[in-house]
Design a protein around this ligand. Structure first.
Ligand code: MN3
Length: 197
């Protein structure tokens, strides 16, 4: 099915001062829109037209780079908008917290590993909390890749392409990752995805 740009689930200025309206306008209206527009062009005639977005992402990985890059980024951004909220960060729902404690050694260790994954992703990409083989895991991927193509379920992802932070943080990627984790993450949505996984 054709890709469609979803509306942001909040106002452009909802995440300020941690992520500005200017960043969200460019990131959502220009960057995400471009993945949708280009993805739809590449989907046509690819043989994947009838598939769900998740299926297109998995099927095009390693076989159709152009389609994969755009479909992967479309998938990643649909969730990225929902992984953030106004007044985010803070306490996690109990069931998620319990898994973070048992699988990742607690919130502080998880926070450090997640930020470190984002800082050390060389060039464009994403850092993740994913569920793999029944266990929470912190991962990083280049460009438009995500845990789906590595046998895992994405539960939380942070976009570390420069377009996601350069207006607000310039080159200070670690500061952006700290603000994402501490002030923007929608833990309820992460818990919802864990529950469904
Ligand atoms: Mn992006």
């Amino acid at each position: 099915m054709a890709f469609e740009l979803p509306d942001l689930p909040y106002a452009y200025d909802a995440l300020a001062p941690y992520m500005s309206a200017e960043t969200l306008e460019f990131h959502h209206d220009k960057h995400h829109q471009a993945y949708v527009t280009n993805g739809n062009k590449l989907l046509e005639g690819s043989g994947h037209e009838g598939k769900s977005l998740e299926e297109v992402v998995k099927a095009s990985f390693g076989t159709n780079a152009g389609l994969f890059n755009n479909a992967g980024q479309h998938y990643n951004h649909i969730h990225f908008w929902k992984w953030m909220k106004k007044d985010g960060g803070g306490a996690m729902p109990g069931a998620l917290q319990a898994r973070v404690d048992s699988d990742l050694g607690g919130t502080a260790a998880f926070r450090e590993a997640f930020i470190q994954a984002g800082v050390t992703q060389f060039g464009s990409g994403w850092c993740w909390l994913a569920l793999k083989d029944g266990k929470l895991e912190v991962m990083k991927t280049p460009n438009g890749e995500n845990p789906l193509v590595h046998g895992a379920t994405p539960l939380l992802g942070c976009d570390v392409w420069e377009h996601s932070y350069y207006i607000d943080y310039r080159n200070a990627r670690p500061k952006y990752l700290e603000a994402f984790f501490d002030n923007m993450v929608n833990w309820d949505y992460v818990a919802e995805l864990l529950e469904a996984a």
